[in-house]
Design a protein around this ligand. Sequence first.
Ligand SMILES: *[C@@H]1O[C@H](CO)[C@@H](O)[C@H](O)[C@H]1NC(C)=O
Ligand SMILES: *[C@@H]1O[C@H](CO)[C@@H](O)[C@H](O)[C@H]1NC(C)=O
Ligand SMILES: *[C@@H]1O[C@H](CO)[C@@H](O)[C@H](O)[C@H]1NC(C)=O
Ligand SMILES: *[C@@H]1O[C@H](CO)[C@@H](O)[C@H](O)[C@H]1NC(C)=O
Length: 451
Amino acid sequence: MLSMLSSVVLYLHAVLVHSEITPEGYDPECTIQDEADFDFYQCDATFSKNYYCSLSLEQQDWLQSIWQEALKDRSYRPRKRREIRTLSEKEKTTFFKAINQLKTDTTIAPNKYDTLALVHTSRTLCSAHQGSNFLGWHRVYLLLFETALRQKDKSVVLPYWDSVLDNQNITAPRKTVLFTKDFLGNGNGNVTDGPFKNWRDMFNCPLNRNISRPGSELMSPEIVEWIENDISIFLVEDIIDHFWSAERLETIEGQHNLPHGWVGGMMAILSSSPKDPAFFLHHAYVDYIWEKFRQKQLRLGQNPEYYTGLGVSEWISESKNYNLTLFHAPYRNMDCFKWMKNIDGYSNIFTENLYVYEDSPTYPDCGNTKYLNWNTVLKRCIGIKPVLSAIPQTIKPYYVHMIIIISVSFILLIIISFLVFLTLRKIKRVTIFTVSNEELKPLCRRSVSNI
Ligand SMILES: *[C@@H]1O[C@H](CO)[C@@H](O)[C@H](O)[C@H]1NC(C)=O
Ligand SMILES: *[C@@H]1O[C@H](CO)[C@@H](O)[C@H](O)[C@H]1NC(C)=O
Ligand SMILES: *[C@@H]1O[C@H](CO)[C@@H](O)[C@H](O)[C@H]1NC(C)=O
Ligand SMILES: *[C@@H]1O[C@H](CO)[C@@H](O)[C@H](O)[C@H]1NC(C)=O
């Protein structure tokens, strides 16, 4: 009873806080975003009957036009999405520039970037999370973002952020190059350096983060490896979040929650997270993991286009009308992507004809980038600079040294063997042609007499 009351209070509170936003959407205190975060209490089953999108029709039509544009890029040699640290400086700069061009393009109000961020708000979130549609819906969302960028610069391909590379030691303070001015900008507080410095959202609030707070974690290398490669797990039911128990952490969506919390700030707020471009890099990695899983399904004779339509339903037992399965139904229109059904997100078309993923950097060269190193203790590539360094980082030089030492030893061995061989031959020849003094005497005499 008490929890029911508190849920009602929470819901009313969210509604009231929402209504405090002035018509201009200006929030001088920048507190609204935290308090008005979307709450799954709002996913009442009665809402599941109808398609929902909080965007204007004009904005929704724009989304559809991007989709049409995306399909024009179909190819038998699809473009490659790569880990962001393997991009050249030029590719990285072009990518960041295109994002800023979306942010300043106001032909779609308030601007194209924030319009895309607004898609990930309010009741659209009921069908985009905690169920099978999580994977497909976000796949479409990423493609729209990537295509909008490609409309600014055709060379852009969305990179991904493999956060497992930055998961070094959960008890030690960590730093990653991702949150420095060379990549996504600072990770503590308002973002004031890097490509998105001094960005503000539609409520005029600064982009902010709070990386690596105590208790926050990045994705688990073991669980990600298990989802991608373990052949004992190949049913999509096993890796989507549709139940409420500890095992949820072993689903793709469960793992995906971790970096959201680890980055903190806007990234940790469901309805604000895409305001941080880190969102799209993180989700591209989530999509990468799913694609690895799909390829495994193919190898094991499973159909990756099979859609279960499951969703969490037992979470809030107090609410009789809470059942996300209804939002994740296969033939329900995809919220905000009105031209698609939920099931369409599982289509092969994406990774057969539009884009593929390059493998994340691994042994031995770790992508040949200065931002990653092989770590002999953890036995994987690490992209992190520990503050309290507990683990030696100088692995690449060690590896190179080994090759040099082995090559030099090998060459020396050949030279020595050759010398030994020559010496032995010489000794043998000397032995064979040794003649006695008696035999030599006549020869000497003859030569002397010739003179
Ligand atoms: C993690 O970091 C802490 C603090 O620096 C250190 O004591 C611990 O040994 C490290 N653990 C591993 C597995 O490296
Ligand atoms: C970041 O999180 C820590 C721990 O929760 C908190 O003490 C600190 O004030 C936060 N920093 C910012 C800039 O929000
Ligand atoms: C971050 O921005 C908010 C909103 O403009 C401001 O109130 C806050 O003081 C800023 N924080 C810092 C550390 O500058
Ligand atoms: C949720 O809805 C689905 C589809 O109607 C139904 O099969 C399932 O039993 C419901 N779950 C609960 C816990 O009511």
